[in-house]
Design a protein around this ligand. Structure first.
Ligand code: COS
Length: 402
């Protein structure tokens, strides 16, 4: 990275209290550094990334050097050990650039690593977390299958114990960062007699284990530069020592806990992307003239700007509240789903209005806003669709009232 971007010293993140912002000055330093990195390195490269479908290697190196792959990993394993509140504040800055940059580190910081952190044995944590924190290893989350998307508990990939290994067979689909992954957090069925969630276990699988192959890169609506593909397991022998927590039947719960946290993270991504799109739309509205005046002075355009601002503020408040609740060790399944549902739908509405404010230019690639419009469509789908969030929220409400 350029000298002016600065670097973050891990040792300055000393834990004072695990449930709150620990050191405002250090956090502000991190946020300023990320904001500058976004302005000077990421935004100028967005179009290149989209056109080439690759993030330049020097930017990946910068991200590693800044410690961004270790945001959520404990200090003892070389990470920054951010609280959830600190994490979402960092995401608010980072994701003002194309969401593709976050996607590369998002699975390592989030769904790919957190299962090891939440439920892994000390040996598993010691073995993998330090290399995840530096970005040496990219972690990927392998839950979804061709026949098991929203109905995650119906997954069919099997893991059969054979001596001191499990033999894994099955196909995982749309796996983010699979082509780059060093390890997978894999959910597979260890007990075929239990059809639902209770038969599922979670494993750490090294990507170079014999028996793993990859489908061709998926062609996607957006997010060029972030890669997904099928991951195929054929008689892949995974050491029994890699069963997360050394306990069968816990994998679905691990996945759900990981997703509870992941959904707050994605909601923060939505807020940041919406803020960026609104900033671009406002800037355009203030320079574009029609009928002899700038379009920002027309009340119908103002209504769109104001609705975006209001909804972003609401989503941002929800995300911060859910994050703080999690830091306070309160249950957040409902709040995480509420935040993910509202923020992702809000982001879609902001994207639509932003394109509308740009008018004809909004439909043209060179203005960038149509790329965001396509990129953010994913937020309403992955880490649980809007409809799954509705189900989670309503079920929790009923359960609490019973
Ligand atoms: N935290 C901890 N445990 C949880 C949990 C959570 N948030 N949610 C569910 N569980 C537990 C339940 O308590 C239950 O355990 P018991 O059997 O011991 O009671 C078990 O997990 C099964 O839960 P449930 O019966 O609710 O599972 P269902 O199959 O009915 O469905 C949904 C659960 C729909 C919520 C789940 O499948 C889901 O989230 N689907 C979307 C998956 C997804 O987000 N995919 C995106 C791919 S990753 S990018």
């Amino acid at each position: 990275m350029g000298d002016n971007t600065g670097s973050i010293c891990h040792h300055t993140f000393l834990l004072q209290d695990t449930t709150m912002i620990r050191d405002q000055e250090t956090l502000n330093g991190l946020l300023d550094t990320v904001a500058r990195f976004v302005r000077e390195r990421l935004i100028p490269n967005e179009e290149l990334v989209s056109e080439t479908d690759e993030i330049p290697e020097d930017i990946v190196t910068d991200m590693k050097n800044m410690g961004l792959f270790g945001l959520t990993i404990p200090e003892q394993f070389g990470g920054l050990e951010l609280t959830m509140e600190e994490e979402v504040l960092t995401v608010f800055e980072l994701c003002r650039a194309s969401p593709v940059f976050r996607s590369l580190l998002g699975t390592t910081v989030g769904i790919g690593s957190q299962g090891i952190l939440f439920d892994g044995t000390p040996e598993q944590q010691e073995k993998y977390l330090p290399r995840l924190a530096t970005g040496e290893l990219i972690a990927s989350f392998a839950l979804t299958e061709p026949e098991a998307g929203s109905d995650a508990a119906s997954l069919r990939t099997t893991a059969v114990l054979d001596g001191d290994h499990y033999v894994v067979n099955g196909t995982k689909r749309f796996i983010t960062n699979a082509p780059q992954a060093g390890i997978f957090t894999l959910m597979a069925r260890t007990n075929p007699d239990i059809k639902g969630a209770g038969g599922i276990s979670a494993f750490i699988v090294d990507a170079n284990t014999p028996g793993i192959s990859f489908g061709k890169r998926d062609k996607k609506m957006g997010q060029q530069g972030a890669h997904t593909c099928d991951v195929i397991f054929e008689n892949c022998r995974v050491p029994a020592a890699n069963l997360i927590g050394n306990k069968e039947g816990q994998g679905f719960k691990t996945a759900m806990k990981v997703l509870d946290k992941g959904r707050i993270h994605i909601a923060a991504v939505c807020v940041a992307a919406a803020e960026r799109m609104l900033a671009d739309a406002l800037a355009y509205a203030m320079q574009r003239k029609q009928f002899g005046q700038r379009i920002a002075d027309f009340q119908l355009v103002q209504a769109m700007l104001a609705d975006c601002k209001t909804e972003i503020y609401a989503a941002r408040s929800m995300v911060l509240d859910a994050a703080r609740r999690r830091d306070d060790k309160l249950p957040v399944s409902t709040e995480a789903s509420c935040a993910k549902l509202f923020a992702s739908e809000m982001c879609g509405r902001v994207a639509d209005r932003a394109v509308q404010i740009f008018g004809g230019a909004g439909y043209m690639s060179e203005y960038g806003i149509e790329r965001f419009y396509r990129d953010v469509r994913l937020f309403r789908i992955y880490e649980g669709t809007t409809q799954i969030q509705q189900i989670v929220i309503a079920r929790n409400m009923i359960r609490e009232a019973e």
